[in-house]
Design a protein. Sequence first.
Lengths: 84, 304
Amino acid sequence: MAQLRVELVSPEKRVWSGDASMVSARTLEGDIGILPNHAPLFGVLVDGQVRIKAVDGNETSFNVHGGFISVSNNRVSILGESTD
Amino acid sequence: MGAQLRIYRRRIRSVKATKKITRAMELISASRIVKAQQRVAASTPYANELTRAVSAIATFSNTDHPLTSTSENPKRAAVLIITADRGMAGAYSSAAIKEGDGLINGLKQRGLEVSTYLVGRKAVNYYKFRNRKITGSWTGFSDNPTFADAKKVSDELITAFLKDAQVDLTGVDELHIVYTEFKSMITQIPFSKRMLPLEVVESEGPAPTGLLPMYEFEPNAGEVLNALLPRYIESRVYNAMLQSAASEHAARRRAMKSATDNADELIKSLTRLANAARQAEITQEISEIVGGADALSSASAGSE
């Protein structure tokens, strides 16, 4: 099965990178979940949690304060303005 | 001990103390360059992703955004000059200031008014001393800038840019930035670049290959661009600050290294002089003793 290649980056460092089976985030229009083979998407994030479910089943979540999510070709990049 | 010799010894002592200080500063800077470089490297993923996103959107959205549109009749330009807070870094700050002066002259020749924004105490002092007008200045973080600092600076610049320069005296039509690019440990080049209106084509790192994906925008392309472009500016300003910080440390390391080397040389030549003085003193004492003995013996020989 296809996997998502995820990069969660903040201006100061790369916060998380790896393969995941699911990513969810909160955009201006509401929560979205990204599964493999998602259509190319570019969204504006609002304050909220980004949850990443890694391929090994571990789920990690980050608080992101504003930023962007871009999805294309099973590559997800999340640009968090500040993350913790 | 003779006066001459004492003075030489004292000077050697003071040069040695100075050498210790410059040596310590050299080592500190050397370790900070590495850290600063790591920070530049750590910020690249974000910058790359952002550039990728901006070019993807700019290529197929026709949205006219104020940050990308060029004014037909530019009136005023903003120049942001990034320098150091502290000295002891050789020509680092003055090189950036000089580059800025060149840029400002060029802009004035084009008939633009210039408002200057300064980062770093060195530039602020330079401008204050010459009674030049400073539109905005920030100090205290030149050697270790954080993203929050960059945000503060770029927020003010973007605000000024978004104002209509024709009617508002604080508004600007163009934004230029002067910073010192960190090429390598030995080469740092002051650099000036136009930041706004944006030219999105300039991208660092590998250009995105192949066709850019047809994105769906959430909520819509205009909104996304609105949110994206200021972030892009912030990230460029942040990158410029980080590069400048790395350059500052490299320049300081080099300046302190040559200061240490000079101190070594000075100590060597002073030691030579001190040795000569000591020898001269001994020679003089001997000749005084010999002369005295001679006088005594010839006096007693004459009395016989």
